[in-house]
Design a protein around this ligand. Sequence first.
Ligand code: BES
Ligand code: MN
Ligand code: ZN
Length: 498
Amino acid sequence: MDLKVKAGDILKDKSDAAVLTAFEGEAMSGILKDADKALGGVISDGVKSGEFTGKPGEMLLLHTAKELKGGPARLLVVGLGKKDKLKADSLMRASGTAARKLRKLGCKEVVFSVDESAGLTITRSAMHWAQGALLGLYTYDTFKAVDKDKKEIKKLTLMVADRSALKGAEEGAKTGRLISESVCYARDMINAPANEMTPTIMAERAKRAAKDVGLRYKSLEASDCRKLGMGSFLAVAAGSVQPPKLITLEYSGGKRGEKPVVLVGKAITFDSGGISIKPVSGMEKMKYDMSGGAAVIGVMRAAAALKLPVNLVGLVPASENLPSGSAYKPGDVVRAMNGKTIEIISTDAEGRMVLADALCYSERYKPRAIIDIATLTGGCVVALGDQAIGLMGNDSALNSAILDAGSKTFERAWELPMWDEFLEPMKGDVSDLRNAAGREAQTITAGKFLEEFVPKGVAWAHLDIAGVAWEEKGMAYIPKGARGTGVRLLLEYLMAGA
Ligand code: BES
Ligand code: MN
Ligand code: ZN
């Protein structure tokens, strides 16, 4: 889809549809008032009848070809909700809702009115409008028969009223487009079935991203990992015929010699549970157990495309978790790269095993901060549902920066306590650690386990995205399936000058 920014009068610009917004319970103002006048008061009629109140996601559609000659053939008014409650999410929701509605109607060229909405600069506003539409229009049809009559919006124009806003809006639209493309790059990997997204294929995707935007790419093979002493990562991979990959991506946009931020993403391309096998029901979903790794690849891709002034490293330990004659078993004891031994209690607690060695490996980059992201525990789904990322860490400044980025992007995080007592259940009888304990505080005990592998003295945060990686129902800018959670959040964190 072609995304453009223009300055001018949206009511005089020829298109299949023009999108205007209204706040809940506010009198009509600006362009909406002009439109109402030009249409002989039909918008006011819709408001008076109570059909349109401006609630979030509410829409009023009018055919305007006769009244607005040479202008838009339709006018779609979208509700933004209450003005004092306006968030980035309100704009993205309005944008996604409108874009999907107009695509469904068969519109090919659409124009969205964009202005400096309450508290947001024109740049941020344009960014969110672009993101809402691009993320909302995402589809995954790689394995669907080709639809010859597929409806598609070919051109989306963001229209500002005044030329002075043009530069800011263009910048915002560009940022929004680059971020959305990387979210969708991650979504494509996550939505892909596990037979089409093995560790090897994921490494190829990372390599392609690296080539497209200019990142350094390297993949550590099983033999490399063995030499490095990654007994924990390799234990998980032992049950599969698919070779594991520790994908590494590096981006140097910051000052020479400046310590990097290291991002670590869990990439279990299929989690059957292994010998501690999962129940049949819903197991097919465990193809999305590589969502953390996909997010890291997405962030690295966007960071380079956006030329962010930071040094960044992405580490993605990728493996399948399957039962077989060579699989790791409950009771096995393995040694991670930092020398710590781990007794396997459940082979289904594999995420922390692959992350453990990747965290150890991050030490060589002398990181200034480490953030890992993983679909780690079912307990996190129980605790926070599909609304919040579980945030744990050892540094309050890093945690608050992430919480802040979360509320700005609406990829919201919620902090869980990391008291020392939560490590107790993870201590082993025959080993230093065990990989699973009881159900109590499962998300936190997993976090405490990971902390044992974080290089000494480094600020670290852990994001458990088990509950927010997959969309069951479909929302305005998050269609059913992979959400691509974490890409926008981490980019926001990095753009804030992490
Ligand atoms: N990938 C799962 C966690 C998960 C569950 C993600 C549901 C998304 C939705 C993880 O590898 C796992 O199986 N965790 C176990 C840990 C337990 C054995 C300590 C779990 O949550 O039951
Ligand atoms: Mn598992
Ligand atoms: Zn898993």
